[in-house]
Design a protein around this ligand. Structure first.
Ligand SMILES: Nc1ncnc2c1ncn2[C@@H]1O[C@H](COP(=O)(O)OP(=O)(O)O)[C@@H](O)[C@H]1O
Ligand SMILES: [Mg+2]
Length: 354
């Protein structure tokens, strides 16, 4: 059987560029070159596309991969059948692609934009398609879906960037009448906790709104949920399956960017420290949301399980979750009996199936 040509996209024009480099390093190191012809294509922070000519994927996180003399500029053509166009001097060489694994997080990679390009190109790809990606990346749209299917979540209120200029005091009054402090404030469309704050008073709330408005025109404000952070990995197309549940103890005030990637205060527990009954409720709710949004391939679905009554409260869904070797998504499937390499095989197969 011919090897599949697998194009792995990494980097991207996104606040989560650096995280993507780390995820891609692991994905590439766990993808079997005996089975696949691997085409690693990095997208710089400026938006240039480069086919990496080297094999040392540990050079990705430091951006040293960009110095490889065998790199070539390249781009996926939106024209069907053209595949990857590699630029060599004045010549363009076409490289056929069977499937793309977009190891991209956040804006432009996880939000449906890249999925739209791949859709136009007619190339199968790992992960949810355009609408499911867009809905999952926009936390307020995800909230509407969760409300619709009856999954419990934090009470929420949408603030628009324009409100901060025209009616800030009324907006703060409105929020204070709805939720007690602390409140959570987040840009509707980021990940990795970029722009997320916990506000303990009116001044902090005002600053948090301004901080979130830097990233998105839509700002989500939520009531604070006191509970364990429980995550579950889901994989599949029409019949998705859920992994065992994992739990993150941020070891910080909340699971912010530093707790995720900079300090090593956070601890992961697999399985999560919850009863079997609650674990089953989490898995059920995860598949419910995944199916309602119409996800393909994979997603990680995140919840809180409240300390007081063990209520299962949905937080968010990530359609291209972290993929480093210590990330929850691969870890959860590993704990469910599917090691990293096999997980990649499964995801590529699922991509070819739809
Ligand atoms: N309503 C909430 N109550 C308590 N903690 C929250 C709430 N919303 C977010 N958090 C904390 O902030 C972190 C990041 O928020 P999240 O919505 O998951 O955004 P991101 O997509 O950036 O991961 C969560 O992991 C959690 O620690
Ligand atoms: Mg999160």
């Amino acid at each position: 059987m011919n090897k599949w040509n697998v194009c792995v996209l990494f980097g991207g024009v996104s606040p989560e560029h650096a995280v993507s480099l780390r995820s891609a390093e692991s994905v590439l190191n766990n993808m079997d070159p005996e089975k696949y012809n691997i085409l690693p294509v990095g997208i710089t922070q400026e938006g240039d596309w480069v086919l990496y000519g080297g094999k040392d994927y540990s050079l990705l996180p430091t951006e040293q991969w960009l110095q490889c003399p065998d790199n070539r500029r390249a781009a996926i053509s939106p024209i069907r059948g053209q595949g990857l166009l590699c630029f060599e001097g004045d010549c363009v060489v076409r490289q056929q692609i069977d499937v793309v694994f977009p190891v991209l997080h956040g804006e432009n990679g996880e939000d449906g934009a890249m999925q739209g390009l791949l859709q136009l190109a007619g190339i199968p790809y790992v992960g949810p398609h355009v609408s499911a990606s867009a809905v999952s990346m926009d936390k307020t749209l995800t909230k509407l879906v969760a409300d619709q299917v009856g999954v419990e979540q934090a009470k929420w209120y949408l603030v628009r960037r324009g409100d901060l200029n025209t009616r800030l005091e009324q907006t703060l009054d409105e929020l204070e009448s709805r939720f007690p402090y602390p409140m959570f404030v987040k840009p509707s469309g980021t990940g990795s906790s970029v722009g997320v704050s916990k506000a303990a008073n009116r001044e902090a709330l005002s600053n948090a709104l301004t901080a979130a408005a830097k990233y998105d025109e839509k700002i989500l404000v939520e009531e604070f949920i006191r509970g364990r952070e429980v995550e579950v990995a889901v994989m599949g197309n029409a019949s998705p399956m859920a992994s065992v549940c994992g739990e993150i103890d941020a070891g910080a005030d909340f699971y912010d960017y530093d707790a995720k990637y900079v300090t090593d205060t956070s601890t992961a527990y697999i399985p999560a420290r919850i009863s079997e009954t609650v674990e089953e409720q989490v898995r059920e709710a995860a598949v419910k949301i995944y199916s309602a949004i119409g996800c393909q391939g994979l997603s990680r679905v995140d919840f809180f399980v409240t300390y007081d009554e063990e209520r299962v409260v949905f937080n968010e869904i990530n359609t291209l979750p972290g993929f480093t070797s210590i990330s929850m998504y691969p870890k959860l499937f590993e704990a469910s009996g599917i090691p990293y390499g096999q997980l990649i095989d499964e995801l590529l197969k699922l991509a070819m199936e739809v």
